[in-house]
Design a protein around this ligand. Structure first.
Ligand code: HEM
Length: 495
């Protein structure tokens, strides 16, 4: 025990010493006015938790403007921006395609899937290959999954009528069921049985990735194996990777059997899930390896459930607190479904929910599900007297830009109508799905899912503010969450 402590202490001192040397090499030729920090620690003491990150970055933006740098300990320097032109330059072109090393913490789980792929060629080929899987004809097939899972969510909410409660966990289970079935073609049923090893493993991994970013010890690959999170991660990944691999193997076998039995027509006619499209895909005539397929499957599961859960939860929160807006959403629903007793929602119905779309857009402005993204800076890049120096990291503060007075009048006000006249204006001033070539590949899928879930809830319940009044405590994890939950009250509605 004594020996381990001494070895660990010596290693920590050595790592910090080398980081300090490296830090001293940071060039200081970017003319920015920065928040003052402590020697060695920089601004780390103001960024000790995921909750602190958001409030501190917002406070800095108000004080130091839309471009400044922060230091997190002796070894990490970040350029933070919510400047429209810089965002356009970074996201819009092909120069800044590589993600920053902050995404490396996702790599043990997602490897070289689309989100984390650091090799530009791999990313480009996979992106080209996967884009057609989000064609609207394919997306239409998933409405049935959205609707079935949404019905279970409504059943669960029926048990909470009249109480103020946190909707977020229920919605996360629903979106996890949706993405799993849409990708794998098999049901996960976490809405009915949430205490499973799969749910625990997903939860552990999303927590650990963020804790590693803000922890001075866990951030180092060298020290991380000595921590408790390392052991939890090992167990979680064994489970997640094994479960994905097993589903992939079973599906390959099913498709082979169908082909061998001469029933290939059945395989092609039945609904195709993402996994089938990945199994059919070819790069230069070659199939993807099972490992590559698993990487993409895991990536879509990760990217496609907490984001949508965040968007649905905050939109319902906004509706509960703005009865006039909720009334307009309801009117639109009544006009789309005038007299059906048993509503069967179609693709066209979802497309017609125009006012609901404005509401979702405005909720994602105030509560962007992905509040921060970041890129590696490949070469020195100047904007007037501002410099992004080669090799550093630029963080694009989506949450900050969405609340900039320069781009949105009265930015704290919830006003869906502002999007009626906004389309096309300042495209990089509103970027919940990011923008440019590395934008969100799943955004159309997400919008349909959001409309399906929110409209179903509004048709079934009257949403009211929680009692006592619920103040959100926003935290920037891999997605935007509220530390004290997203609470609302529901009453039965006669539609
Ligand atoms: C409201 C819901 C969603 C929001 C707000 C959202 C937002 C984003 C953002 C901001 C990015 C850029 C990330 C970065 O640059 O680091 C992104 C990328 C991505 N999203 Fe989404 N997303 C949503 C839903 C989905 C869904 C449902 C899927 C899958 C079905 C998905 C799959 C992906 C993938 C694979 C990428 C990486 C794309 C690439 O690098 O080429 N997302 N998303």
């Amino acid at each position: 025990m004594y020996f381990t402590t001494v070895v660990l202490s010596v290693c920590t001192i050595l790592v910090l010493f080398f980081c300090f040397l490296r830090n001293n090499k940071f060039r200081n030729d970017s003319k920015t006015t920065d928040p003052p920090g402590l020697p060695f620690l920089g601004n780390a003491l103001e960024l000790t938790s995921t909750r602190a990150v958001l409030t501190t970055f917002l406070k800095y933006t108000k004080t130091y403007g839309d471009f400044f740098k922060v230091r997190v300990g002796p070894f990490r320097r970040l350029f933070l921006t919510s400047n429209h032109q810089i965002l356009e330059h970074v996201l819009g072109g092909t120069k800044f395609l590589r993600k920053s090393d902050l995404y490396d913490f996702l790599k043990p789980w997602l490897r070289d899937g689309l989100i984390t792929a650091s090799d530009g060629e791999i990313w480009k080929t996979h992106r080209r290959l996967l884009t057609p899987t989000f064609h609207f004809e394919i997306l239409q097939q998933f409405i049935e999954v959205f609707e079935k899972c949404g019905d279970i969510l409504v059943e669960n909410f029926q048990n909470r009528i009249g109480h103020s409660f946190d909707i977020y966990p229920h919605i996360t289970f629903c979106t996890l069921d949706i993405i799993y079935e849409s990708i794998m073609g098999v049901k996960l049923h976490v809405q009915k049985e949430s205490n499973t090893e799969y749910v625990r493993s997903v939860h552990d991994m999303t927590r650990i990735v963020i804790e590693r970013i803000v922890s001075p010890v866990q951030t180092h690959d060298f020290l991380y194996p000595f921590t408790r999170n390392y052991r939890i991660q090992k167990r979680a990944l064994e489970h997640l990777h094994r479960q994905s691999s097993e589903v992939i193997k079973t599906r390959v076998k099913e498709l082979e059997d169908m082909n061998n039995n001469g029933s290939s027509s059945k395989a092609t006619k039945s609904k195709k899930v993402f996994l089938d499209l990945l199994l059919e895909a070819r790069i230069d005539g070659r199939k993807l390896t099972q490992e590559q397929i698993r990487e993409e499957v895991d990536t879509f599961l990760f990217a496609g459930h907490e984001t949508t859960a965040s968007a649905i939860s905050f939109t319902l929160f906004c509706l509960a607190n703005h009865p006039d807006v909720q009334e307009k959403v309801l009117e639109e629903q009544r006009s789309i479904f005038p007299d059906e007793s048993e509503i069967k929602v179609s693709y066209a119905d979802l497309q017609n929910m125009k006012y609901l779309e404005l509401v979702i857009k405005e909720s994602m402005r105030l509560y962007p599900p992905v509040p921060l993204i970041s890129r590696h800076i490949p070469t020195d890049t100047k904007f007037g007297d501002k410099l992004l120096p080669e090799g550093d990291t630029v963080m694009l503060f989506i949450f900050g830009i969405h609340r900039e007075e320069k781009y949105f009048e009265d930015p704290e006000k919830f006003c869906p109508e502002r999007f009626e006249s906004r389309d096309g204006k300042l495209p990089y001033g509103y970027i919940p799905f990011s923008a440019g070539p590395r934008n969100c590949i799943g955004q159309k899928f997400a919008m349909l899912e959001l409309k399906s879930a929110i409209s179903k809830i509004v048709r079934n319940f009257e949403l009211q503010p929680a009692f006592p009044v619920h103040e959100l405590q926003l935290v920037a994890e891999s997605t935007l969450k509220s530390a004290n939950g997203v609470k609302v009250k529901m009453q039965p509605r006669k539609f």
